[in-house]
Design a protein around this ligand. Structure first.
Ligand code: 5GP
Ligand code: MN
Length: 341
């Protein structure tokens, strides 16, 4: 977003507005962090603000301030539809296409309000009146910080907002590990600590909340791990039965795919998780170096994301899904071997 656009948006937001902020479906730390941080900012400007999530999010994100105020579209669709229809402004955070909001896609396409997109994924759709899209950014939370900076309002960052933004940066950078972590990212994180984000506390609330069931499920996932050395690939499957047997709760499989990727010599990892209620297999793809899983997810798994982290789905059985992976890997063999790690 250039300076003129920011000034224009600032002008529009100088009068009272009805605003709805939306994350993507299955919101992660960056989605919940960016939405709640922006909420904390916009209420200070005196607006009427609501947050509508396409569906529920994991317990390990529910300690965040304002997280209890989300309207869950799956549960309260008519309330949410009314708020959306009456909204002057709709902020789409951490996603760049309506279809990433699942069942909210249709209503979003019918709204009269002004759309503001703040997002760091590749290939944004062209729906926003104000578009702040930057694929070089570590996280949408880092972008919310820059957005508030552009609005010349960093003085308004409260400890709750700082905590929310720090959380999203932490989770989307794999704890400041991925190459998206720039010196600016670290400076933003430092500033957020100055503004009241407590790194130790946030890390504990996000990462030290394992349950015995989740540990057991991780054991099952690791015993299902398959290594395809020829393609520098490792994959994991989890069937609905395996999830049910281990009291699966939303968010429990978060990060499992990274164990496959952490193997020495492996440059591509994929996890397949059966979701019987939706008749699909949800998949997450991760890579090291230049191997582009956004491209792979778009070409094969009806999904997308970033170069090193993407997601998608399959409508086939687990067996056929794995066979599909095995059948497409030869196409990527040269790219997989070209990765320098
Ligand atoms: P995860 O594997 O953690 O669900 O997602 C990794 C990245 O891929 C995230 O940035 C997420 O937004 C994106 N992603 C996950 N699932 C999908 C999908 O079905 N479609 C698209 N376009 N992106 C996805
Ligand atoms: Mn993100």
């Amino acid at each position: 977003m250039n300076k003129d656009k920011i000034l224009q948006l600032k002008e529009e937001l100088s009068a009272h507005k009805n605003i709805v902020i939306i994350p993507h479906k299955n919101p992660d730390g960056d989605a919940v962090g960016s939405v709640t941080a922006l909420y904390g900012y916009l209420i200070q400007l005196g607006h009427q603000v609501n947050m509508v999530s396409p569906n529920d999010f994991p317990l390990f994100l529910k300690w965040m301030e304002y997280s209890e105020l989300f309207i869950n579209y799956e549960q309260d669709q008519s309330v949410a539809d009314k708020l959306l229809q009456e909204a002057d402004f709709i902020f789409n955070l951490d996603h760049n296409a309506f279809h990433r909001t699942g069942s909210m896609e249709q209503i979003l396409g019918e709204l009269k309000g002004t759309f503001v997109m703040i997002d760091h994924h590749q290939q944004p759709d062209d729906f926003a009146n104000y578009m702040y899209s930057d694929t070089s950014m570590s996280s949408t939370c880092e972008m919310i910080y820059h957005f508030i900076e552009m609005m010349e309002d960093t003085d308004r960052i409260t400890p709750a907002m700082a905590t929310a933004m720090y959380t999203g940066i932490l989770t989307d950078t794999g704890s400041f590990k991925y190459k998206s972590t720039t010196s600016t990212t670290l400076r933003v994180a430092a500033h957020l600590v100055d503004k009241g984000a407590n790194s130790e506390d946030i890390n504990r609330k996000i990462y030290d909340v394992n349950t015995p069931s989740r540990m057991k499920l991780l054991g099952v996932a690791l015993s299902n791990l398959v290594i395809l050395e020829k393609y520098r690939t490792a994959y994991i499957t989890l069937s609905q039965k395996e999830l049910d047997d281990n009291n699966f709760r939303k968010g429990d499989t978060e990060g499992f795919v990274n164990y496959a990727l952490s193997l020495d010599g492996i440059v591509f990892a994929q996890i397949f998780i059966e979701k019987a209620s939706e008749f699909i297999i949800k998949t997450s793809l991760r890579s090291k170096g230049d191997f582009d899983v956004n491209k792979m997810a778009r070409e094969n798994w009806e999904g997308g994301g970033h170069q090193n982290a993407a997601g998608g789905k399959s409508g086939l059985s687990m067996e056929d899904t794995v066979n599909k992976l095995i059948s497409i890997l030869p196409t990527y063999e040269n790219e997989l071997h070209a990765v320098d790690i």
